[in-house]
Design a protein around this ligand. Structure first.
Ligand code: ADP
Ligand code: MG
Length: 438
């Protein structure tokens, strides 16, 4: 086995939320990055990927476990590790050249040497001729190239990329990714290992030697998919398609069992996050499944392509359908259940009834809200107690998002209503009167 450059053992990290309670973001993370490899990290947003990268870069400390760089405990930012962020954190008043030199200045490199190394990095990443330009004069793709040059100029052994291509349009992102792979394969970069966080499954499979699937709440490595294909890889080849399917399967598997079908609907707990899925889009996806030639089953990567959805958008929809028992996820395929067929064939009212029924049966949060409303004096309650409950396991923004999703689904299924004006959740209109009459 190649020598580990960075090694994490049993790493844990928690953050304090506004009310002072500690929330565990990472737990028991074991990870090693060896010389010569590219590793990709996939996982839903909020699962702690950026936190893990910041710990690896020495930007923040871990609360538990050990972090070693070349065998030594890592305290503070490591010289040989550079990070590229999703947003182009460039100084608007500095030129490309000055932005790139910045990191070297902080490291006490002499001016002439700074200029030489910055020029080399700028040239390498394809920005020659733009040394004197200001960030606002550059396209998004070129700005991100400056961000990468700024990381490369310190000649890092380890390059960490946090969704570095995801703010770019698809073509620009792909071109930049291919350029980086070319530099890597050609040995033109001083970099000996890369860790890329991505929310694009295809990108991960095209780039990495290993894809790690991260689980959330708390974040930890749930599965690993080795990819033993030479680069550059052909996205349309059978091997690559099969690996993309496998990565989808791992991403959507509810249990830590690799690639296993999830026959049973996923069991949820009260404070679990709900997939960020809109009913209209869930229905559109169900309708795609019954289109001619599909017979109720489709390959997720293919669906993503046809529906022009990113994995980021498609996966929550597929997960929501599985959670509600309208579809099943198995081996990267989505297929309709009997109930799902019934739903698609049904008219609006039947759909509402089915959704309401499934929501109460499979989403404990919705059942809890409904139950609480039935106990409440006027059949109505403010959102706060539910948010507080969710905040025991989720951060504030996620708690709000999850409650919004539950409310949106609940409204559609006529399980409860929400009054935008008062911010109160209440029983549906007809039922409220019944209750008041009692
Ligand atoms: P990802 O990159 O996978 O989307 P992050 O690592 O950015 O996830 O965040 C994981 C969780 O940790 C989120 O719930 C986020 O709100 C929380 N978090 C991240 N950084 C901080 C911080 N400095 N203080 C408090 N909470 C944080
Ligand atoms: Mg992140």
């Amino acid at each position: 086995m190649a020598e580990a450059i960075v090694e994490l053992k049993g790493v844990g990290k928690s953050f304090r939320s506004a009310d002072g309670a500690a929330r565990s973001v990472l737990e028991g993370v074991d990870f090693r990055l060896a010389e010569g490899e590219i590793v990709a990290l996939l996982g839903q947003s909020g699962s702690g990927k950026s936190t893990l990268l910041r710990i690896l870069a020495g930007l923040i400390g871990a609360d538990a476990g050990s972090v070693r760089y070349r065998g030594q405990p890592l305290y503070g930012p490591a010289r040989g590790i550079a990070m590229v962020f999703q947003s182009f954190a460039l100084f608007p008043w500095l030129t490309v050249q000055q932005n790139v030199e910045l990191g070297l200045e902080a490291r006490g490199v002499a001016p002439a040497e700074r200029a030489r190394r910055a020029n080399a990095a700028i040239e390498l990443i394809g920005l020659a001729g733009f040394e004197g330009a200001l960030p606002r004069e550059l396209s998004g793709g070129m700005r991100q190239r400056v961000g990468i040059a700024r990381a490369l100029v310190i000649e890092p052994e380890v390059l960490l990329m946090d969704e570095a291509f995801s703010a770019l349009d698809v073509l620009t992102g792909e071109r930049l990714r291919d350029d980086i792979l070319r530099l890597w394969s050609g040995g033109e970069m001083p970099t000996k290992a890369m860790l890329i966080v991505s929310h694009n499954i295809e990108e991960a499979v095209l780039m990495a030697d290993r894809v790690l699937i991260f689980a959330a709440d708390p974040g930890r490595v749930r599965a690993e998919l080795p990819i033993r294909l030479a680069r550059p890889r052909d996205v349309d080849s059978l091997e690559v398609r099969a690996l993309i399917d496998e990565a989808y399967a791992l991403m959507t598997a509810s249990a830590p069992v690799a690639g296993r079908a999830t026959e049973e609907p996923v069991r949820m707990h009260l404070g679990d996050r709900l997939p960020d899925a809109d009913i209209g889009r869930m229905e559109a996806l169900l309708e795609m499944l019954v289109e001619d030639g599909r017979e109720g089953r489709a390959d997720l990567p293919q669906l993503a392509e046809e529906a022009e959805l990113t994995d980021h958008d498609l996966l929550p929809l597929a997960q929501a359908l599985a959670l509600l028992g309208f579809a099943q996820l198995a081996d990267g395929d989505l297929h309709l259940t009997e109930l799902g067929r019934h739903y698609v064939a049904g008219a609006h009212t039947l759909r509402q009834q089915l959704l309401g029924q499934q929501l109460l049966a499979h989403v404990p949060l919705a059942a809890h809200i409904r139950h609480s409303l039935e106990q409440a004096p006027a059949g109505e309650l403010p959102q706060e107690p539910f948010l507080d409950l969710l905040e025991e396991s989720l951060d504030r923004a996620t708690a709000e998002r999850v409650l919004r999703t539950a409310i949106e689904w609940g409204r559609y299924g006529e399980v409860f209503e929400f009054d935008l004006r008062t911010g109160q959740i209440h029983l549906p209109a007809g039922e409220e009167q019944e209750k008041n009459a009692l």
